[in-house]
Design a protein around this ligand. Structure first.
Ligand code: NDP
Length: 442
């Protein structure tokens, strides 16, 4: 059943999320990244909505061509080029991997080749920038708003297709969730793991490829634009490229681990993931770089090093916490965490077909400090990206605000799900590890 609050939030997001993205990008394009000035202009009657709209670049054939080529190229890399990286990169887990057991008891196989796709894409990008010069490395920045329309078209098309597919030809009908509420089903998705053919998995492709591979390219395009406009790239732009680059590379290096995260294990594929991956992620996760094109901040060395340290510490906590859980789960607790055998709580749950399963919840390492310390590390890293932009405008801080809301909400959502899954065992766990994000505080 869909309660009124969920329905209201969903309607709000369906109506306003595309406008929020537009507003941010437009405010950079027309108001030097000020979020307040467009509102003042409108309220004071200096401008009408139509003035702003008329100044907004429209969809162009060039952008449509670039975007179509981009998506087609990523599909080719995903579907037709099996992973070779795991054959020569020690420690990298790629190639065919299994996902978690779905509620209907299915175990899907995935071709993990995201790192390879990322490397090929970036090698070609640099080859073009330094040798071939087929297109300018500022191409993404130069077509940013026309590309936004293309990303929206794909985001809506894929979400609508996913909904129809869920109703009429689902990949696995037993894993579908239909509430009967059109808006909820459209937003949160019907199918759990929609696929076309054996290998084209919607969740893995859309979550990782068009958005996250693009993330680092978008930042490189911003750096190229700074170079073009000011004849130099600021240390803050380098920091954003490096810190976010580490995060993106980490994602692809650990793509097999990603199969065990909430996105793949628990979320259904609807507008939230489909549109979110195509539009929200590439446009709003890259706001710091965009801001730095309009406001090239150069920090003193001490501040730049401080931000770098914060970002790296956040990344370390994020990675180690995720690694500890992954190691613990892979070895079924037969491993060492901080040099000792891990402590845990034994728990059990039932799948939809009534089969009983056993599981363990770790209570030592970072998982003994707080129930979602990985989110805490993620938030520290997010804050570091924002701090690179100084304190002149609030726009770059949208990311930390959004991540705090996203991860706190995710925390609550995940804990609600875990409680339904594990019942009293989950209560024993929360008694053993009482805090969610910050030990002693929350
Ligand atoms: P987690 O990796 O924290 O996974 C939560 C799941 O882990 C729970 O549902 C439960 O699943 C299991 N679990 C919970 N507690 C324990 C424990 N003590 N011991 C063992 N297993 C436990 O969450 P996410 O999948 O949301 O996040 C993965 C990473 O991705 C995080 O670091 C997060 O910061 C990041 N992230 C980044 C986003 C971004 O936009 N940048 C968005 C979302 C996430 P089970 O049912 O298996 O028991």
């Amino acid at each position: 059943e869909v309660d009124w609050f969920s329905l209201a939030s969903i309607l709000f997001l369906l109506m306003f999320a595309p406008l929020i993205v537009y507003y941010f990008v437009m405010s950079c394009d027309q108001y030097q990244c000020s979020l307040i000035d467009p509102l003042i202009d409108l309220l004071m009657g200096n401008k009408h909505l139509s003035d702003i709209w008329n100044k907004t670049p429209t969809l162009t054939y060039r952008a449509a061509g670039i975007y179509t080529l981009w998506i087609a190229f990523q599909v080719v890399l995903y579907v037709f080029i099996p992973d070779y990286c795991h054959k020569f990169l020690p420690g990298y887990v790629g190639g065919v991997q299994e996902g978690a057991v779905t509620p209907a008891g299915v175990v899907n196989k995935y071709e993990i080749n995201g790192l390879q796709a990322w490397i090929i894409t970036h090698v070609l990008w640099f080859a073009n920038a330094y040798y071939f010069h087929f297109f300018s490395p500022t191409i993404i920045f130069d077509n940013w708003i026309p590309l936004l329309w293309c990303a929206n078209i794909l985001g809506y098309a894929v979400s609508t297709f996913a909904m129809m597919k869920g109703y009429f030809f689902p990949t696995n009908a037993k894993d579908c969730k239909i509430t009967g509420n059109f808006f909820y089903d459209y937003m949160m998705g019907i199918e759990f793991n929609p696929r076309i053919g054996k290998w084209f998995d919607f969740k893995l492709f859309f979550n990782g490829r068009p958005g996250i591979v693009a993330w680092t390219l978008i930042n490189l395009s911003y750096a190229a634009k700074q170079q073009e406009l000011y004849g130099q790239v600021t240390n803050t732009m380098i920091l954003v490229n490096v810190l976010q680059g580490i995060y993106v590379l980490d994602f692809f290096w650990n793509e097999a681990w990603y199969l065990k995260t909430i996105d793949i294990c628990h979320d259904h594929f609807g507008w939230y993931l489909g549109w979110g991956d195509c539009v929200w992620l590439p446009y709003l996760y890259t706001l710091q770089g965009l801001y730095l094109v309009y406001h090239p901040v150069q920090l003193c060395t001490a501040n730049a090093v401080g931000i770098l340290m914060l970002g790296l510490l956040g990344y370390y906590i994020f990675r180690m916490t995720n690694h500890q859980k992954d190691l613990f789960r892979r070895t079924n607790g037969n491993c060492k965490i901080w040099g000792k055998k891990p402590e845990y709580i034994e728990c059990s749950y039932m799948s939809a077909d009534g089969t009983k399963y056993h599981s363990k919840l770790m209570t030592s390492g970072f998982w003994g400090w707080a129930r979602h310390f990985n989110y805490t590390g993620d938030l520290m890293g997010s804050l570091a990206y924002c701090l690179t932009c100084g304190f002149e405008h609030i726009l770059p801080y949208f990311y930390i605000v959004y991540m705090t809301i996203l991860l706190t909400h995710r925390c609550v959502r995940d804990e609600h799900r875990c409680f339904s899954k594990y019942g009293k065992d989950w209560k024993r766990y929360t008694a053993a590890v009482p805090y969610r994000l910050i030990p002693g505080i929350f």
